[in-house]
Design a protein around this ligand. Structure first.
Ligand code: ATP
Ligand code: MG
Length: 261
């Protein structure tokens, strides 16, 4: 089932910068789609358009059938969650538990539903032992995981994440993978903006490539990552190793192991 759909959606900022030109795409339940592109390509703008924080000036975006130009972002928040690239823009309460409970409470979950959602979100992000901590006492990686937990707890059909691996240490990266596994089990549609091609290759079956505000690639991960340089990105590590050693092309760690065998 299609959860998020854009049809010829264009967006310009008030200063006249035309950030997106006629974007058309559709993301289904259970699909993990990455968005790649060089700095300034329009990835963050597209993320905000696809979760209804911004509405297109022309064309349409629908979230679960709702035209985003007809609903405030606060209503659309019942259908799609947005994890900011900068956790400082998202975190505003004084404890990890309170922060994670804010969204479910706001969406009208019952106290027991909120409790279950908070407990699950803290568990998958590894923050359960920090539930009483003040967010400012967390490390940067933990604050990013908290921002993710607070969205996961809302249990929406879709989630949009802006550069989820940026600045994460090793343990936090593993927690992120853990949280993504939960979203997969739930059948959540995920749109993941990233400059991290290894992460994209390992997590996303589909990749959207943006350049100068235009969607110029949208297809299976290996097809788009084969042209990663066009989008200002290095090839994933697996692909560089294959190229250097004459192995058949592989992009994810799993494909690399298969190519070796
Ligand atoms: N608030 C704003 N006002 C005016 N122009 C903006 C604003 N935010 C972004 N832009 C411009 O819109 C274009 C797309 O920006 P966007 O932030 O969406 O790119 P991005 O692909 O996310 O880049 P990055 O990789 O650096 O995060 C750029 O030309 C940028 O300078
Ligand atoms: Mg950005």
């Amino acid at each position: 089932m299609t959860v998020i759909k854009a049809e010829s959606a264009s967006f310009a900022y008030p200063d006249g910068t035309q950030a997106l030109h006629q974007i058309s795409t559709a993301i289904d339940s259970g699909e993990f789609a990455a968005v790649i592109g060089p700095n300034g390509a329009g990835k963050t703008t597209l993320a905000r358009l696809l979760c209804g924080i911004l509405a297109p000036q022309s064309g349409k975006v629908w979230i679960d059938g709702w035209d985003t130009s007809q609903f405030p972002a606060s209503r659309l928040a019942s259908k799609v969650g947005y994890v900011f690239a900068d956790p400082r823009l998202q975190i505003f309460t004084s404890s990890v538990r309170e922060e994670t409970a804010f969204g479910p409470n706001n969406l009208g979950f019952s106290p027991s539903e909120t409790e279950a959602a908070v407990s699950e979100a803290l568990q998958v992000t590894g923050l359960q032992d920090k539930a009483s901590a003040h967010p400012y006492d967390l490390s940067y990686s933990e604050r990013r995981l908290l921002a993710l937990a607070s969205v996961i707890a809302m249990r929406q059909q879709a989630i949009v994440m802006d550069e989820p691996t940026a600045g994460l240490d090793g343990p936090a990266r593993r927690q992120l993978q853990n949280a993504l596994a939960l979203l997969r089990r739930r059948g959540t549609a995920a749109i993941i903006i990233s400059h991290d091609m290894d992460f994209v290759a390992d997590c996303c079956a589909r990749v959207l490539g943006l350049k100068d505000g235009r969607l110029i690639a949208d297809g299976p991960c290996s097809d788009v990552l084969a042209r990663a340089e066009l989008f200002g990105q290095e090839l994933p590590c697996a692909a560089r190793l294959c190229r250097a050693s004459g192995l058949p092309a592989a992009y994810s760690a799993e494909e690399f192991v298969a190519a070796l065998q």
